[in-house]
Design a protein around this ligand. Structure first.
Ligand SMILES: [Zn+2]
Length: 267
């Protein structure tokens, strides 16, 4: 399984020169197995560079692009109008998400907010409400609920021998949602999880739907995760802040690292 982080920020792109190492594009993760169909998780601004790469490669051995949205907040959809494959005739783009996925995107990607309405793009679009596992070649993608305002989907991506969990935008609830996340992350080879809030922000941001690096470690430990990627960094955290987060996390869980744009992992 080949995994690339294309956008690792929450809320909004917020460039400054002290953030170039980790990058400032919003959520997007690409996964593929054996060069088959492309799986993409979230369409934040990170998807723009991914689209450019796919366009240049002309998607060899790829029948379709499968885009799984966690939810519809801007930082998870705002790159979609600038995703080049959308404008290429012959592209089959399947967009999976929470209930209302087609209506929500059709209402948001529409003039005057966007020059081209979604129904007029060249690609063949298909919308799927995720209510159970989906098989794509050798991979099975299963959704589960996360604790976030208006809801958010986490996804388990499993091959015969590997299990990756993408859990962005979630806050511990001290109850059923925590148990569900641990259950889905159990034995994962990789957990990519929301580490948006600093420890100091945790109390005053209660109800915003985000976690700290320490919350991520608690899940990784309880669930026996092999490798933890701290993801969805707050837009205003600079490289030094994120490096400090990484060293604090690694002191408690050595297999933790902070996601940066371009991070590529092979499982
Ligand atoms: Zn977000």
């Amino acid at each position: 399984m080949d995994i690339t982080f294309w956008g690792v920020r929450g809320s909004t792109p917020c460039f400054s020169r002290d953030k170039v190492h980790f990058g400032t594009n919003t959520s997007c993760l690409g996964i593929w197995e054996d060069g088959g169909d492309r799986l993409i998780f979230d369409a934040g601004t990170g998807i723009v560079a991914l689209g450019d790469q796919l366009e240049q490669a002309r998607f060899p051995n790829c029948d379709a692009i499968h885009l799984f949205l966690s939810h519809f907040h801007w930082d998870h959809i705002q790159g979609l109008p600038f995703f080049k494959p959308v404008y290429r005739k012959g592209t089959r783009l399947v967009i999976y998400g929470r209930p209302g996925v087609e209506a929500v995107l059709s209402d948001q990607l529409v003039p005057p907010f966007c020059p081209i309405p979604l129904e007029a793009v060249a690609a063949e679009l298909e919308f799927v409400v995720m209510d159970g596992p989906v098989e794509i070649g050798p991979l099975v993608v299963s959704p589960f609920d996360l604790n976030h305002p208006q809801g958010s989907n986490g996804y388990v991506v499993a091959s015969e021998h590997r299990r990756v969990v993408y859990a962005t935008d979630t806050e511990p609830d001290g109850g059923a949602m925590d148990r569900l996340l641990r259950d889905r992350a159990r034995g994962a080879h990789l957990l990519a999880m929301d580490s948006n809030n600093s420890l100091e922000e945790r109390e005053r941001r209660k109800g915003w739907g985000h976690s700290t690096w320490r919350d991520c470690i608690a899940v990784a430990r309880d669930a026996g995760v092999s490798r933890l990627v701290l993801n969805h960094h707050d837009a205003f955290q600079n490289d030094d802040t994120i490096r400090a987060k990484e060293s604090m996390a690694r002191a408690e869980f050595p297999e933790a690292l902070c996601a940066y744009e371009g991070l590529n992992l092979t499982l």
